[in-house]
Design a protein around this ligand. Sequence first.
Ligand code: ZN
Length: 134
Amino acid sequence: MELTHIEHIGIAVSNLEESIKYYENVLGLKCYAIEEVADQRVRTAFFKIGQTKIELLESTSPDSPIGKFIEKKGEGIHHIAYSVKDIAGALVEAESKGVRLIDSQPRKGAEGLNIAFLHPKSTGGVLTELCSDK
Ligand code: ZN
């Protein structure tokens, strides 16, 4: 597959507004969007550094994936997202190489991107997201 850059790093947080303060007041970044992704039961806040974003993820329901993650592991890095040229082709390729897919088909994520996750059991423990704008 052809990766172009790190699209974003996803970070699970307990309280979006509290966490935004750290990124703005300490790191000097600017939150440019807050978006709720209903089917993932998260609210997200975005910051940009060069081509890469930081995506803060706050659960809107305790039994959502982010809610469960925080209950098990606490706040912290949740996933890394790579921008890929052909997401559908990348999934076929990953599966053919024995990688366990969480999403066998791309679906809509935040910011209108097409996204799909690879299972951390197949990626050395790193929940991996592939993203494409088409
Ligand atoms: Zn993400």
